[in-house]
Design a protein around this ligand. Structure first.
Ligand code: COA
Length: 398
């Protein structure tokens, strides 16, 4: 069975471009296409099949189940050399210290635009599921007010469904999954599903002259459709490990633009700081490794297993050195730590869904694999969960 092709842009989605099929086999995450054939022409998108249901006996507990995945990255590719032409940095420093070669940068599109494109692909991937809620996960909102989720819902033709934003930095996608799962299991969205879209345009938050942050971040969006199902079936999410430490809020923050900025008065009047990201790199690195390792272990244990039972880890793509350190601490073999930071950069909340999609399309993430998701970021906030990868469609593209 082949995966569906999302419809082209419609009225009200003017920033979306149609998604033509490509003739050549593209590299993961880099070209316009709907379904990715591999070099032999075989469709490597995973096709959906009817979700397994319990045959008899006591019904399993309800759970939120992954039903479709879609992603979008803006078409503009920015190389390290392009950054080095205007900043005191180099291609080799960025590759060696962070592991990034290229990233995508939004140009003429904002967070909601990316979210709509990814959301459309996820809906197409999931097939006919009645969407009853939209959660937009972002820490780079188009506007301070209102939330972007209602606009995403409207532009996707989902009508007047429940819709809200969730801001939890780079751990936002896992938080979004947990909140969406609770909407499903508490029957708020009965009998339908939830669209969770993680979309961030962090390049709008990095100061153009800050070589530390400008080289790390890229833009992108990833979306999933969750449906009601049973715990234990492929794609069922959870349990979740979620946590935060607000005492470390200042090591990764955007000081300008909010109410604190506008209401804080120095002797000379209002203090205004630019809305740009400030990062204590070494502190973030140390805490991120420790935070993801601990959270990953707790999530694995909460599922009644250990890290040894996990086939693949999809961790927030903060930077390659962090991923290497997490893999070492968890005792993973190299192929178990999925990575795509090299060509998309750190895409904040969109990082894990982009990674899952790229890994599925590349044939690294296949149905039946036990996957652990783990993320850490601004807040500080972290989150992890596990699932068995289901037989679903994945629709990617620029
Ligand atoms: N190009 C070249 N040199 C750079 C640079 C850049 N883009 N950015 C910083 N440097 C310099 C620093 O100024 C410093 O110079 P100095 O030794 O002369 O003072 C040197 O590189 C080392 O800086 P330091 O911050 O101590 O290095 P590091 O080994 O910790 O690496 C990071 C820097 C940013 C790669 C690392 O701290 C890191 O990965 N942090 C986590 C960042 C992250 O993942 N953020 C997102 C979280 S969601």
């Amino acid at each position: 069975m082949s995966c569906p092709i999302p419809p082209p842009a419609t009225a009200g989605t003017k920033h979306d471009r149609p998604t033509p099929a490509s003739d050549e086999a593209p590299r993961t995450g880099e070209d316009d296409l709907v379904r990715r054939p591999d070099a032999t022409g075989t469709d490597r998108s995973t096709a959906p099949s009817a979700p397994p249901r319990p045959t008899s006996g006591t019904p399993s507990p309800r759970a939120a189940v992954l039903a479709g995945l879609g992603t979008y990255v803006p078409p503009r590719v920015v190389t390290n050399d392009e950054l080095a032409a205007r900043l005191d940095t180099s291609d080799s420093w960025i590759r060696t210290r962070i592991g990034i070669s290229t990233r995508r940068v939004a140009d003429g599109e904002a967070t909601v635009d990316l979210a709509v494109s990814a959301g459309r692909r996820a809906l197409a991937a999931a097939g006919p599921i009645d969407i009853r809620a939209v959660v937009l996960v972002t820490t780079s909102a188009d506007r301070l007010c209102p939330a972007g989720a209602p606009e995403v819902a409207s532009r996707l033709g989902l009508g007047t469904v429940l819709a809200f934003d969730l801001a939890s930095g780079c751990s936002g996608f896992v938080y979004g999954l947990a909140v969406a799962a609770s909407l499903i299991t508490s029957a708020v969205t009965e009998p339908g599903g939830v669209l969770v879209v993680a979309s961030d345009v962090f390049t709008a938050l990095t100061a153009p002259d800050d070589r530390l942050t400008a080289v790390i971040f890229g833009d992108g969006a990833g979306a999933v459709v969750l449906r009601a199902g049973e715990a234990g079936e492929p794609g069922a999410l959870g349990p979740f490990d979620l946590g935060s430490d607000g005492s470390q809020a200042d090591i990764l923050h955007v000081p300008g633009g909010g109410t604190r900025d506008k209401k804080t008065r120095g002797s000379g009047g209002p203090v205004r700081t630019p809305p740009y990201l400030i990062m204590d790199g070494p502190a973030v690195k140390r805490l991120a490794v420790d935070g993801m390792v601990r959270s990953a272990r707790r999530a694995a244990n909460a599922s009644g297993r250990s890290i040894d039972d996990i086939d693949l880890v999809a961790a927030h793509q903060a930077n390659q050195r962090i991923l290497d350190a997490v893999a070492r601490e968890l005792g993973l073999r190299p192929h178990q730590m999925l990575t795509n930071i090299g060509h998309v950069g750190n895409t904040a909340s969109a990082s894990i869904p982009l990674l899952l999609a790229d890994s599925a399309v590349a044939g690294l993430l296949t149905p039946g694999r036990r996957v652990l998701l783990s993320a850490f970021g601004a807040g500080l906030a972290w989150g992890s969960t596990t699932l068995v990868w289901p037989d679903i469609c994945v629709v990617v593209g620029a």
